[in-house]
Write a protein that binds this ligand. Structure first.
Ligand code: ZN
Ligand code: ZN
Length: 592
């Protein structure tokens, strides 16, 4: 190749680098995916200063011969180019071939590789090959990328703080470890281990290594299938919440996917189990005929399109909801702090704390406990399997909370109750809200609406703009079984109401319903009914500081027990927490 041509190529690579390589994570991603493509079973990622100073990726894959090692740095290393459609049919993560030369053009790079017969060492700086030597090496590849962006200072400045860069990399490696539980991943930064999995092909073990034991204890296996899709994986109890969606991992045919609709299907399945701005921890594997998906929409962003969205949604929703319905979801008050504990908060916010470090001794202890615990999980997974085959006929509604006996009221707000299993603390407002919510929802869904005429009609006046919006949505009032008449320019008179509504504080409730109607956009019946029921339920329920009597508590607890979901209010907050008998004994050091 002529000198000019080489310069052109280096320039082209630098330009391409600007598009492909924005942050250290992109480099790590490229190198790790190459390592996976090389059939590695162990991949170690060592960073210095979050990768800005140095990134070393060591694998035990098939390695390269001398020719391949050199050609890997040429812009059109076609052996690596893959056809997009093949992505989901073959084992490759594919789709690259240009990233390696691009990375080389903005860094100092050393490649050491061996296919078991010959070892080759290539040094590249700013895209120029400086030397090609033979070297000793066991089978595999070691790539070191140093001083990333040293010759493109603008890009260097663009890098965020070291912690942000590290957070991106750490999140990516977590997801790869979840995608490939059969590969051992180790990630270190400045010699501190951030993640170490064992490659034993147990997904739950990887979840443990990433999120810790307290989270794994609150995970439950799911498995189900329909004509088009096969689902499996783990979902968290609603009490394990995150403030962002990062802990929702979805794999389609083994490939990591980020799809908004898919994530919405999952979070919607937790509706009213979790507050709207919180998210569960999920690892969901979806197997599907590649013909039913379209990968062309944005391969680099890991997004795809499903052609049978409806059946997928149906499958995900029923699988998660059925599983949640089978569980007793009373958060253990004595465990609360642990679940929301240190590791959790770091993962969520990535505040740089020394706790990010990995304590081998603590890990070892955790690991033993994990091994003990997984015995239970295997049983659970088997159950999940048989459930999917429909062998298990749906049994009648199981008692999800044993009968509780109220003892008293604390702060006019929390009912203390007990039974042989332990002590319970119930938020009287949240509990009442759940009861009313389910009742209203039931009534709203009832096609035969019993209405009653008001003795004194309700006259409601609105500002013009609001009235116009209301007018546009008059059909919503019909939906609810509210009869009304227009009266003048911006007033309506309500003459009759559905019976259930008259039990609430009527005028306030009607006003709130109309507010919802005025404010709503993109009408969806189910959401509308939820919103109405939750709002009216809040209004109609006992408040904090209402000092109710023991008999009222008894009735409340019984009705709560009979709810479809007695564990959370319609806004996703807990109605009940518990100290088990054993917890109490432990806390008072009666049992050690
Ligand atoms: Zn409320
Ligand atoms: Zn609530």
């Amino acid at each position: 190749m002529s000198k000019i041509k080489i310069m052109d190529e280096i320039l082209a690579n630098k330009i391409a680098a600007g598009e492909v390589v924005e942050r250290c994570m992109n480099v790590v991603k490229e190198l790790v995916e190459n390592a996976i493509d090389a059939n590695s079973t162990e991949i170690k990622i060592d960073l210095e200063d979050s990768g800005v100073k140095r990134i070393t990726v060591t694998d035990n894959g098939i390695g390269m011969d001398k020719d391949d090692a050199v050609i890997a740095f040429s812009r059109h290393a076609t052996s690596k180019l893959k056809v997009v459609d093949d992505l989901f049919n073959i084992d490759s993560l594919g789709f690259r071939g240009e990233a390696l030369p691009s990375i080389a053009s903005v860094s100092k790079m050393e490649l050491r590789t061996s296919n078991g017969k010959e070892g080759t060492k290539v040094n590249v700086e700013g895209g120029k090959i400086l030397s090609i030597d033979s070297c000793d090496l066991r089978k595999g590849t070691i790539i070191t990328v140093e001083n990333l962006f040293y010759n493109t200072p603008v890009r260097l400045k663009y890098l965020k703080s070291l912690y942000t860069e590290l957070a991106y990399i750490s999140e990516y490696i977590d997801k790869m470890a979840l995608s490939f539980p059969n590969i051992k991943f180790v990630l270190t930064n400045n010699q501190k281990t951030l993640l170490s999995t064992d490659g034993s092909n147990r997904l739950l073990k990887v979840i443990h290594d990433i999120y810790g034991l307290s989270v794994v204890k609150k995970m439950v296996a799911v498995k189900n299938e329909n004509m088009d899709y096969e689902l499996s994986g783990y979902i968290s109890y609603p009490e394990v919440m995150r403030s962002n969606k990062n802990a929702i991992t979805t794999l389609v045919n083994g490939r990591l996917i980020k799809n908004h609709d898919l994530i919405r299907m999952i979070t919607d399945s937790y509706h009213t189990y979790i507050p709207p701005d919180k998210y569960p921890i999920i690892v969901l594997k979806i197997e599907v005929d590649p013909a039913l998906i379209d990968v062309n929409i944005h391969p680099t962003k890991m997004d795809i399109k499903f052609s049978k969205m409806d059946t997928l949604k149906e499958l995900i929703t029923t699988t998660i909801k059925d599983q949640l319905e089978k569980l007793t979801l009373i958060p253990d008050a004595s465990l609360e702090t642990k679940v929301e504990g240190v590791k959790t908060s770091i993962r969520t916010n990535y505040t740089p704390k020394t706790n990010l470090e990995f304590d081998p001794q603590e890990k070892q202890k955790e690991y033993q406990e994990f091994e003990k615990m997984t015995l239970n999980f295997e049983v659970q997974e088997e159950k999940a399997t048989s459930f999917s085959k429909g062998e298990e006929p749906k049994t009648e509604k199981k008692e999800r909370i044993k009968k509780m006996y109220p003892v008293g009221l604390v702060h006019g707000t929390y009912i203390i109750a007990e039974n042989e299993e332990g002590m319970f603390i119930i938020d009287q407002h949240a509990a009442n809200e759940r009861i009313n919510y389910e009742y209203y929802l039931h009534e709203l869904a009832n096609p035969k609406r019993v209405t009653t005429d008001l003795l004194v009609p309700l006259t409601l006046e609105f500002p013009t703009n609001e009235y116009l919006r209301l007018k546009q949505n008059f059909s919503c009032l019909d939906q609810l079984g509210i009869t009304y008449e227009e009266f003048g320019l911006q007033t309506i008179v309500i003459r009759s109401l559905p019976v259930w509504l008259t039990k609430a504080k009527t005028e306030q409730a009607v006003r709130q319903i109309i507010d919802i109607i005025i404010q709503q956009e993109n009408f969806q019946l189910e959401k509308f009914f939820h919103h109405i029921a939750a709002t009216v339920a809040c209004k109609a329920s006992i408040k904090a500081n209402d000092h109710i009597m023991l008999e009222d508590m008894e009735v409340l607890l019984e009705r709560l027990r009979n709810c479809d979901n007695p564990f959370t209010c319609p806004h996703g907050r807990p109605t009940i927490i518990t100290y088990s008998k054993y917890d109490l004994e432990k806390l008072f050091k009666r049992a050690m």
